[in-house]
Design a protein around this ligand. Structure first.
Ligand SMILES: [Zn+2]
Length: 409
């Protein structure tokens, strides 16, 4: 089976093949030259036209990107918290919202009350919307379980979801998200220690914040991740500066996520490390948070990634083109910087940059065709530019009206 995207105005290509990531001070070396991309037997085979391809896709006027990787979402979850958002923007404090039954605890209740089928249906619908916005791979997290059994259920449902979708998923156990009722943070971490050997996930994650877990708990989670061969990820410096980044780096974290309140002294060491800075501008905007120092991180050569943070509380956002638009505007990033953060570097975060995240021969043929040049993505803010999506060379999504692009030999 072979398919060829022909005559694109732009093809996003790394400056060289085989890079596990590209530091953001080198983002300008990404090329966006006109070209064609051919996929054979699921893998990218050639970067030129193949007149013998069985399926020919007219990419004229558009841009070909690697499939977008959403490296930080909280799927699967149950229900929404729209009423809470209305209270929040009207100035009601989080403590008050929590007292009225809102917050993470309300999502945990909804998750516990929903059947497996209901959770999978909601997540499956969202995944379809994500596909239509170009997301071919995304991360799932547990974290709305708030009990050992419900956390394991969340990870089991994530795996089931992965089996049902055309997209691929990576699974993260966010075992320390909020302190469950009846526990102290220390007490829950003891529970986490017993839980980790039962977990099937690529990474462990923790939420470090005054209302959640401490920097010492982060260190403990780092030890657990190392002992069990999982990557360490952490939600840090979102609402306050806890100086968790040096501790995350010491424990070899794969990523530190949020960083809206990153301490200036921690920026240089983070930028020099192989730990990715995952920025979540959707959460920053909707939560009226501080803006992460995206420009400074990029200039200092950090491995920056962007993600949706898709969750019912702080970021019910799934469109990565929208996230790119936010990053460009709020961090002062170029389009190349935003696209790098949604492709190769996002794949690095989930440990998949060896076969995903860039257009190069031998990588998987997960591709997105935009109906416009990439400069339009941030500029026509909020518009979905995705015309067509391929997974391993198979057309899995065509936006209505774009069918004319697909033809036979
Ligand atoms: Zn998150």
């Amino acid at each position: 089976m072979s398919v060829c995207l022909r005559g694109a105005a732009q093809v996003l290509r790394p400056p060289e093949d085989g890079l596990p990531y590209l530091r953001h001070d080198r983002a300008s070396s990404l090329s966006l030259a006109p070209g064609s991309v051919c996929v054979r037997d699921g893998l990218i085979a050639a970067l030129e036209e193949d007149p013998d391809a069985e399926v020919a896709i007219d990419a004229s006027g558009g841009a070909v990107l690697p499939g977008l990787v959403d490296c930080h979402t909280h799927l699967p979850f149950a229900g929404w918290r729209a009423e809470e958002y209305e209270l929040k923007v009207a100035g009601v404090a989080y403590e008050e919202i929590a007292l009225r039954g809102g917050g993470i605890a309300s999502s945990a209740r909804a998750f516990a009350e929903a059947s497996d089928t209901e959770v999978l249906e909601q997540a499956g619908e969202l995944a379809l919307e994500m596909l239509a916005h170009g997301t071919t791979t995304f991360e799932c997290k547990s974290g709305y379980g708030l009990s050992a059994e419900e956390e394991l259920r969340a990870l089991r449902l994530a795996a089931e979801l992965g089996g049902r979708l055309v997209q691929r998923i990576a699974s993260t156990a966010l075992l320390a998200h909020a302190v469950p009722d009846g526990y102290t943070a220390d007490g829950w971490m003891e529970e986490v220690e017993r839980l980790v050997p039962r977990v099937e996930a690529q990474a462990l994650d923790i939420y470090v914040e005054s209302v959640a877990f401490s920097v010492a708990h982060l260190a403990r989670m780092g030890e657990l991740a190392a002992a069990h061969g999982m990557a360490l990820r952490a939600h840090v410096e979102q609402f306050s500066t806890t100086r968790s980044v040096p501790v995350a780096l010491e424990h070899g974290a794969r990523s530190v996520d949020h960083l809206a309140c990153l301490h200036p002294d921690d920026l240089g060491p983070l930028a020099r490390s192989e730990c990715a800075a995952v920025l979540l501008p959707g959460a920053e905007l909707l939560g009226d948070e501080h803006v992460a120092p995206g420009r400074a991180l990029a200039d200092a050569g950090a491995i920056c990634a962007l993600a949706s943070d898709m969750n019912p509380g702080t970021s019910p956002v799934l469109s990565l083109p929208l996230v790119a638009g936010l990053a460009v505007r709020r961090y002062g990033w170029s389009v190349r910087e935003a696209l790098l953060a949604l492709t190769l570097n996002a794949a690095w975060v989930i440990g998949r940059s060896g076969d995903l995240g860039s257009i190069e021969p031998g990588k998987r043929g997960d591709l997105v065709l935009l109906d416009c040049p990439t400069e339009h993505v941030p500029y026509r803010f909020g518009r979905n530019p995705v015309a067509l999506v391929l997974m391993e060379g198979r057309v899995v999504y065509i936006r209505p009206g774009q069918e004319w692009r697909v033809g036979g030999r």
